[in-house]
Design a binder for this molecule. Sequence first.
Ligand code: PEP
Ligand code: MN
Length: 676
Amino acid sequence: MSAELQSPRTQIDEIDHQMVQLVADRMAVVRAIASTKKADTDAPLRDHNREQEVMANWLALGRQNELSDYFVGRILRELMNYSRRVQEEILDRSQDETGLDLLQVGYLGSQGSYSDLTLTKLFAERSQSKLHRRGFSSLTQAVDALEAGELDYTLLPIENTIAGSLNETYQMLAERQLSIVDEEVLPVEHCLVGLPGADLRNLKVVRSHPVALQQCASWLNKLSSCSQESHSSTAASAESVDRDKDLQVGAICSEEAASRLGLVILARGIANQTHNYTRFVLVAREPETVDRRRPARISLILTVNHRRGSLARCLDAFAQRGINLTKLESRAKAESPWEYYFYLDIEGHNEDAQVMEALDEVSRHANTLKVLGCYPRRSIFGEDLEPVEHQPEDLKPESEIATLKPVPNASLRRSGRKPTHEPSIVKIGGVPVGAGHFMLIAGPCAVENRSQITEAARMVRQAGGQVLRGGAFKPRTSPYSFQGLGFPGVDLLCQAGATYELPVITEVLRLEDVTRIAQSADALQVGARNMQNFELLKKLGTIQRPVLLKRGLSATIADLLAAAEYILAAGNQQVILCERGIRTFETATRSTLDISAVPVLKQRTHLPVIVDPSHAAGRRDLVLPLAAAAVAAGADGIIVECHPDPDQALCDKEQALTRRDMDDLVAMIRKAGKGV
Ligand code: PEP
Ligand code: MN
């Protein structure tokens, strides 16, 4: 080694030594805190405010030293995750000693497996009891242990949005004496991981659970010289990579499983489809009662004989009573060829009179009927949402817009409205906007951290918003303002959206990020400052995702339409226009909301037009009146900014709506006869 390198390397070794020592010192303090919490049984394990404060301090210090927020944030998150585990372990140990309220739960795999992550999510919601988790290398072993009384619960994966139902689980549910007592849905984000120093191009073997290999088949097929090996779980495959110390071997597993073992991520986003969710059920030996006020689901298995109409009669028993069927699937009975089990999920409680009647009737038409359990319904976020009160048809205000005559314009070949042209409908993650469909998009200006965006998603969902917004790449007027979390922010937004079943929209600033953002977000936003970034617009014309195009700060309506035309001409017809205020001489508001743009656009284009009163007003108190004006002017939707704790918002805090503001906004929209 050259002499010039020797000295800096020695320095690095010294710094590393100090860093590890500091991490160890920090952990010792964490342990001391855990012991204090152990004594005070009311003390929560996590203190979100404190975590946010620590994160803010780190980011500020990082910025002073010209370190990126992303990099600094990541290091702290890793430290915090590890601290949390250490604390949990210390608290668990004390529970072990006293034997108090300790639940034994079995799952497939080991630490960091998707089942393990799901347990964390599920029990955060379910109970305050301490968990003792036991990983098993097969589901059968985990269920055997449950039946033998060694466990209180076992978690079973039951279906996946790419791979379909898991036969093994259904088979066990059919044959054994188990009750489903809960469910959870986990967004699955597979990573290809390897040892530090491994290179994707040199991989010879990829290991994982067979379902994970199947879910990534298209991507793996491109690694031509690579063979695949099945392992009992994704986490077990990662452990084998760590154990074998072979740079040519990789595994598919969660990011958590990899980071626990110090493995590195070689590729992300490798699943055949962007949306990859696994639904799990928690099973016990005995059924549990579900509070009647909570939305619940019932799972059933039935078999019918080959008589004409027997299945139809069973299904009709539910339809007749207005009971919603959320799943119907058939599986061959292994023991008798050409006979089938039907797996059904219905919405409702097993004590509902309607449900009891329906099940009674089904049992008369079925050969066998087994109720697998009644449990809280969590796949649509499990809190009671207020029923939407629609105005009776005759009270809906006459739409002024219906009387507006189209104003054709030959240069707007695709966006222009022709005399016979119907208005277009664009869908964001299945939610329609346009042609009478009203859309409410809400969320923070910027994604700041996991708890902020998750809280914001919950807030949006509870208020009645349909799409979650959140900027990860922020175009800020000042280079010293928070610039967004970048791709990790997009990931957090998607995760929060998935948890609360909200499609997500986020802004794209750069041409080279379009494809990657489009892989995970349901829609892409072009901000006011980029409305005439024609190369970006052309690129957005090539993707399969809807684009929300915001009007430039000093763009005319004609400029906006011409910009939309760029996207449409390049092939993407899913464009939503957004009036967000323009620069005028007026300084009382951040921008001046050009309300007349709404009816003018509606005359000129068939595309949906929505309004952003938040950026127009720049002040919370004006958002609602401007939104009301937009609704009255015939806008197809509203996009607003809201925040669980506006005072702490890193971006646009003066205009962020509170929970109560969100409720008022939704009440206004509903009063105007719009169904959100
Ligand atoms: C935003 O929506 O976060 C935003 C930056 O808006 P605009 O581009 O309209 O300023
Ligand atoms: Mn903003």
